[in-house]
Design a protein around this ligand. Structure first.
Ligand SMILES: [Zn+2]
Length: 233
């Protein structure tokens, strides 16, 4: 799917896309590909220019809703939102913010699975721009290279700092780790809550969504069972 038509020409309800109507994509949280859909001009302007534009546009949204931007409590909001979007919650859109990862030799010759579990993350649903948050569990078997444990958290954060769908977040983390660690033996499990489901729409506060990626040896039943046992600890 090309995205020239986004922003200025938002598909109206009922528009067909890949066999689904636009409405269905938004409410059922289907997604269209592993790459975050970006336009070819996504990085033509600087982050400073983006913040200025977003602040202006966000003040327009507030004005349309009838909010008084001369009020002391509201007047700084457009700039705050713009700064938060670009520097924090959507900073992972910019490849310049991708964490630099140093590889180390696996000198301990540890050749069993390494599991890093309960990595807390915060992201935002790309269909409603409200939070998705939860835990990521990552496992890999070294092909001879290892990375610092905190780097796994940084990779999770980088991809979470985008407008996301959980399935894509799962796959993006897995494929990045596979590329860095030069192995297919990667598993990623995400257990998350979506505020677009909990606080609006169907208003189900108790459900959670679990997604998984099993690559290489993690397709073997015994490895899946071993991993699941570690996650229960
Ligand atoms: Zn949503």
């Amino acid at each position: 799917m090309r995205h020239e038509e986004t922003l200025l020409n938002i598909p109206i309800n009922g528009t067909k896309l890949n066999g689904f109507t636009f409405d269905e994509i938004g409410d059922d949280h289907l997604y269209t590909g592993i790459e975050t859909p970006l336009t070819s001009t996504a990085f033509d302007i600087s982050d400073e220019e983006k913040k200025e534009k977003i602040a202006k546009l966000f003040s327009q949204i507030m004005e349309v809703m009838g909010l008084d931007l001369t009020d002391d409590s509201l007047k700084g909001t457009p700039k705050r939102v713009a700064k938060m979007y670009i520097e924090e919650i959507f900073s992972g859109l910019n490849p310049e913010n991708k964490p630099k990862i140093a590889l180390f030799e696996n000198k301990y010759k540890y050749n069993q699975m390494l599991v890093e579990k309960n990595i807390q993350f915060y992201s935002n649903c790309e269909h409603h721009f409200v939070p998705i948050f939860g835990k990521v569990h990552v496992a890999y078997v070294s092909s001879g290279k290892v990375i610092g444990l905190s780097k796994i958290n940084r990779i999770v954060q980088y991809f979470a700092n985008r407008p996301q769908v959980q399935e894509r977040l799962t796959n993006q983390i897995a494929l990045e780790l596979a590329s860095i660690l030069e192995t297919d033996d990667i598993a990623v499990i995400i257990d998350a809550k979506h505020l677009c489901v909990a606080s609006r729409g169907i208003k189900d506060d108790s459900s959670a969504t679990v997604t998984s990626y099993y690559g290489g040896i993690f397709n073997q039943q015994e490895k899946i069972v071993e991993l699941q046992n570690y996650l229960k600890l």
